[in-house]
Design a binder for this molecule. Sequence first.
Ligand SMILES: [Cu+2]
Length: 299
Amino acid sequence: MMKAIEDKNYEGDFDGIPVLNYDAVLHGEVQKPGLGPLHTEFDAHGNAYTSFFVSSEVVKWNIETLEVIDRQPTFYSTGHLTVVGGDTAKPYGKYLVAWNKITKDRYLPTGPELAQSAQLFDITGEKMELLLDFPTIGEPHYAQMIPADKIVEQQKRIYDIDENNHPHVTKSEGETKIERNGNRVDVYMTLIRSHLTPDVIEGIFMGDEVYFHITNLEQDWDLPHGFAVMGNNNAEVLILPGETKTLKWNPTRVGIIPFYCTDFCSALHQEMQGYVRVSPAGSNTPLRYGTGDNAPGID
Ligand SMILES: [Cu+2]
């Protein structure tokens, strides 16, 4: 390609972009590879793997000699392939997955969407070896695999509550509060297994604009909590350990409205709920709130 560019070996000029002459940059063609080549991936040893949609197979060939080394049937029309790291400069994969299309008769038809089939091959040897034939959801239009530690090591599991600088953070249950400014109400709420603070709120009126600023006080892995107010347009927030998020709510009717954790968090998950009393606009219900024994109405 570099030589063709130097020689200005162009086929033509399209919209100001010179296009290289096909024959000038062609290394060669694989003879009789298969029918309906669809996608090619590479390993670290100079081999390419091409899926063949029509002849239903994966073909391994050498990118230098262009010779076919092996071919394995996939039984169904193979779409894309995945070789682990196969589109990086240094593929590290020992495995190849063939993602098949049109496999409707392969698995039980249990619903409107049918399971498709995929095949896992060991590609460490000269010949590919089928290890597993398994069902999957629709053939992904390309997929890649990387070692889990590349993701897990960088994944943030817990947000340190001491470093939470969110403007509406509440760092302990003692700091929870509700502020009213005109018809704007800011609720500073905390969540921890297995209660919300506050979990009983009174003195909210029709026409109010309520902002729930919710901090998840958990400092352990895999303990997100969710939050939703019943009937609030299916709106919901998921709050990770140590995180703060805001959910806006405009009351739509007078009455006792439940709010609750929407993420199954522990055996007592269903305890994580509370109620807000919505009064008619202009009524004189005082603003009161609390949790458990401190809830308004418990004396
Ligand atoms: Cu919860």
